[in-house]
Design a protein around this ligand. Sequence first.
Ligand code: ADP
Length: 196
Amino acid sequence: MRLLIFGPQGAGKGTQAALLSNNLQVPHVSTGDIFRANLSTGTPLGLQAKKYMDRGELVPDAITRAMVADRLAEADAVVGFLLDGFPRNISQAIWFNALLDERRHELDAVLMLVAPDEVLIERMLLRGRADDTTAAISRRLAIYHEETLPLLDLYRDKVIEVDGIGEIEEVQDRILSALGHRELIRGKSAAVGHRA
Ligand code: ADP
């Protein structure tokens, strides 16, 4: 399966993507995680990205694209992937569509995790990440609204909206069920279905 996952910061996107990747047995490719890993080990890529990340700005496209192309070329990602945090603006999306076309690959679905702002802010304050300063949070939220959300229009026939409110497992079950993988749902929720 080739999937994209979208959602505002704090929507639980990273947590759900990690679980889903495990359930579907496809690698979770998170651009934010890759940047953070490079930052913590002090690679040249990490050093280049740092000043943008600290401010909540997007890392320049050329750097981000090269990183994504390298990661998706790895053996585990050839059969499928769950891409989290990319594309994030129109130029990344155009580049990504061309990459998929060139490989004659198609996306299976685009997941959109939704949650109201109060919940998003509350969750972000709890996680306390280094770039979770008030200024960086509001900058990322603004970029999400201005640059990332409009991308959903490009993928409109593939978008599946999932409610991100509830227990982690409950949200995961909703995602699996929305993707038509109810057989992967564990426990009694599989039998009773889900409530919105
Ligand atoms: P969040 O989901 O909280 O907005 P991420 O973990 O996805 O954060 O990303 C953290 C930071 O990494 C971003 O603020 C940005 O600086 C950088 N980043 C992640 N993905 C991209 C991307 N596709 N293009 C440019 N920069 C990115």
